[in-house]
Design a protein around this ligand. Sequence first.
Ligand code: G3I
Length: 305
Amino acid sequence: ATTLGAAAQQSGRYFGTAVAANKLGDSTYVGILNREFDMVTAENEMKMDATEPNQGQFSYGNADRIVNQARNQGKRVRGHALAWHSQQPGWMQNMSGTALRNAMLNHVTQVATYYRGKIYAWDVVNEAFADGSGGGRRDSNLQRTGNDWIEAAFRAARAADSGAKLCYNDYNTDDWSHAKTQGVYRMVQDFKSRGVPIDCVGFQSHFNSNSPVPSNYQTTLQNFANLGVDVQITELDIEGSGSSQAQNYQRVTQACLAVARCTGITVWGIRDTDSWRASGTPLLFDGSGNKKAAYNSTLDALNAG
Ligand code: G3I
């Protein structure tokens, strides 16, 4: 196959990208989007601050632009993200206790209900584990409402949209030996054992020289899959250039293809100039929209799988 999406479909997988609503008027951007990708994630437009800027007043304009563009082109959508300690609207940031818990659950319910039937998978909870060697939860206003806030969010999401896969999504959980990876693993194991509705785990996979693609990446994906969840690579970008970057993209792609329950890969932007990383060249297309070596190695890996 000659495009990323078509190549991924050969093994029943998808290949997606993050999309920004304010770039949908850029014909180079939209041309690559429509040609190459079969899954879309809103880069910022479905976050809590975007969808509920005032408490109880929901705002879906930019998110709908992305969802409608994708669906009109026959693409599926990953929803990102229903509950997160970051990107909370101002009114939520200083809330606590029962009021915050109820506001969070209402948000999950309202947004998942609004998009019911249109979302392949939701990142229900994003980045709830701490960095470092502890392996525990990240401190946040949501965490301080009680350790069960994550499962409460998943139950609310399931009740609102029983057709969407429900994912936990995080970064720096790619290395199997990392305490954060182990902490998330134990949570998913616990959820599965108690029947908390969780269907998938997202590995953001933002890689750079400080956080390279770990040698045990495939092991991590497989170990999570063995718990009975799908795994997805949800925000892939890899700093670098030329053949070393191309090799890293190839390794990540091969790792997903080697794990039966790795259902797809999403890159976090289209061109290098679309990346959240202010400087650097972490994506598959250069600033002019030309395919990079990393594009070719990724496509080759998908076609070989
Ligand atoms: O749109 C406004 C613009 O009007 C304003 O002038 C400008 C001034 O700061 O800000 C613009 O908004 C920025 C927005 O990106 C759009 O560019 C926000 O400040 C900025 O905070 C926001 O950053 C996003 C970041 O999440 C916020 O947490 C990045 O685009 C987005 O790529 C990044 O994505 C996250 C995932 O959601 C979760 N995992 C990590 C990943 C990378 O950080």
